[in-house]
Write a protein that binds this ligand. Structure first.
Ligand SMILES: NC(=O)C1=CN([C@@H]2O[C@H](COP(=O)(O)OP(=O)(O)OC[C@H]3O[C@@H](n4cnc5c(N)ncnc54)[C@H](O)[C@@H]3O)[C@@H](O)[C@H]2O)[C@@H](O)CC1
Ligand SMILES: Nc1ncnc2c1ncn2[C@@H]1O[C@H](COP(=O)(O)OP(=O)(O)O)[C@@H](O)[C@H]1O
Ligand SMILES: [K+]
Length: 502
């Protein structure tokens, strides 16, 4: 599903109005009525509850007034709290209708704020129509006070379009923001619903159509996408086939201190359906690998770290079709930097660069740029180090992910709770997964899974999308969130693949 920024949705709204004469009152009507429909589906008997509808100065407030008017058809227990003297003309029209129906309007001021707090406490449902995608600066003053009181005392909060105070473009809190139970957004989810903290503040998210013509949507270039299984294919299985049909993965990792990481990657590669998995690692890792899965072919180095002398050992096993995963547990020994640089220069195969291999390549970005089919899979700390930027300017920075992918000719996977993936053209946002992945080893599984799909398809984008999405669902299948062994997530992968293939 497409994701939009505030400018993109405003442009679509404006063109619907200007190019097709769809009056903005019509859009507002649909926004309000669709919100009521979602509420009806959630709560059923809307007549049973009392409501306080907080309306801000823009068209988000106008949506709130449509909602308030429609609620009068269920109950008289509806109060509108007007937060601004100034309203848009569409909001004024709807305010007048509400008033003419006998609706109760309270104008918020410094003098009646305590009365309004009592209304918040005594209402069953608060409708947050304070700010939508038009929020342009930090929320301060009486707006901030009311938002904080709603967060303190509301029994249940429904946000119209986006929780007020959340930036639609970044998901960040502008001063303060509403913590919603339910958010009803129009036409497309906004970036702010998908990135934290906005993702959490939105509560349950529902997307409804309000009639933006499809021709307009198609005209608009769409580069931001919420990842679903529609965006990738799992490599096929053929009746008449053998291990050669499903490709070869070469995993290079492990060092004195990290034994398990490359083993997890290797097992994940086998779980992805790959035909053959070779593991180049230390002797300890090789032994551990065989203790866990006899199908892995380990080739051990006799040292604690990789160095240049190992290149000739590995090269004969790699051709242009081999999928190479470099980095899980490889460590930061200076000799390893030279090894990775030389190895990359000598091969033409698709490669996944993970963990400390990303660190060691930070001064060799030109090598990555010159190669085709390179995937790097940093978490925010690793990307911050790679780009020499502080972590706050890297985290959830989807523009930076796209720019970096384009600049260095990479497929970049920025791992986080919302993972961001870009090939330099499109930006995918993944929201599968939970805290069962917040433990050592999940990143290693991811790189092995990507490598495994890559061996079967050589499509860097689809392999990465599939792996990120599937690993997330595999964590969600675990019954006791967070108390899993990391190997239990590995064991869930086949079930998820089967479900995704359906
Ligand atoms: N015709 C349209 O464009 C449609 C708009 N719709 C609704 O309208 C919303 C967008 O409406 P608007 O563009 O009017 O914007 P908003 O209603 O989101 O808010 C903008 C208003 O808030 C003020 N403002 C912004 N930041 C502020 C701050 N920190 N403190 C105090 N005041 C602040 C602005 O000056 C402006 O008056 C959408 O989110 C959606 O809910 C829907 O009705 C669908 C159609
Ligand atoms: N709370 C969470 N929700 C969703 N995904 C998560 C969560 N915590 C971690 N992950 C995922 O787990 C993986 C962790 O990778 P990484 O930090 O490299 O782990 P490791 O150090 O174990 O290799 C990433 O794919 C990340 O997106
Ligand atoms: K809102």
């Amino acid at each position: 599903m497409r994701l939009v920024t505030s400018n993109e949705i405003k442009m679509l709204d404006q063109r619907a109005i200007k190019d097709f004469g769809i009056n903005s009152l019509i859009l507002m009507e649909r926004a309000g009525i669709s919100t009521i429909e979602v509420m009806w589906n959630e709560f059923k008997n809307l007549e049973k509850y009392s409501y306080a509808v907080f309306c801000g100065p823009g068209n988000n407030g106008g949506d709130g007034l449509v909602i308030a008017r429609e609620l009068l058809n269920y109950t008289e227990a509806v109060k509108v709290i007007l937060m601004s003297e100034k309203l848009t003309s569409e909001a004024t029209t709807n305010l007048n209708i509400f008033k003419s129906l006998g609706g109760e309007v309270i104008k918020l001021s410094d003098d009646n704020i305590l009365e309004v707090v009592d209304i918040i406490k005594s209402s069953d449902i608060i409708i947050d129509a304070i700010f939508g995608v038009g929020l342009s600066k930090n929320v301060v003053g009486i707006y901030a006070e009311i938002i904080n009181f709603i967060n303190l005392y509301s029994n249940y909060t429904v946000s119209v379009d986006i929780p007020s105070g959340i930036s639609a473009d970044t998901g960040k809190i502008l001063g303060t923001a509403i913590r919603s139970d339910l958010t009803v957004t129009f036409e497309f989810p906004k970036i702010g619903h998908i990135l934290f903290p906005g993702r959490e503040f939105s509560g349950k998210l529902k997307v409804v159509k309000i009639g933006i013509p499809k021709v307009l949507q198609d005209l608009n270039p769409c580069d931001k996408i919420l990842l679903t299984k529609d965006y990738f294919n799992i490599p096929k299985r053929f009746k008449e086939s053998n291990k050669g049909t499903y490709g070869k993965v070469v995993i290079i990792g492990g060092s004195k201190d990290y034994i398990g990481a490359p083993v997890l990657s290797s097992i994940a590669a086998i779980r992805s359906g790959a035909g053959k998995v070779l593991l180049f690692s230390t002797e300890k890792s090789a032994t551990v690998a065989l203790n866990h899965e006899l199908g892995i072919i380990p080739i051990a180095i006799s040292k604690d770290y990789f160095d240049k002398s190992h290149i000739n050992l590995i090269l004969p096993y790699i051709d242009e079709k081999t999928s190479v995963v470099i980095g899980p547990g490889i460590g930061r020994n200076p000799s390893t930097e030279e090894f990775i640089v030389e190895l990359l220069k000598s091969i033409n195969s698709p490669a996944v660069i993970d963990a400390d291999a990303i660190y060691l390549l930070r001064n060799h970005k030109n090598i990555l740029s010159e190669k085709k089919n390179i995937i790097i899979t940093p978490h925010p700390g690793e990307l911050s180090n790679f780009l020499e930027l502080d972590i706050d300017s890297v985290k959830y920075n989807y523009k930076l992910v796209k720019e970096t992918a384009e600049k260095y000719n990479l497929l970049l996977v920025l791992k986080d709770v919302t993972t961001i993936i870009s090939d330099g053209e499109k930006i995918f946002f993944n929201v599968t997964g939970n805290t069962s992945l917040s433990k050592g080893g999940s990143g290693d599984i991811l790189s092995g899974l990507i490598g495994g799909f890559l061996a079967q398809s050589s499509n860097v984008l689809e392999s990465s999308l599939a792996a990120v999405y599937i690993l997330g669902i595999a964590s969600e299948l675990y019954e006791y969130e967070g108390y899993n062994l990391i190997t239990e997530i590995l064991n869930n992968i086949p079930k998820v693949i089967a479900e995704v293939k359906e």
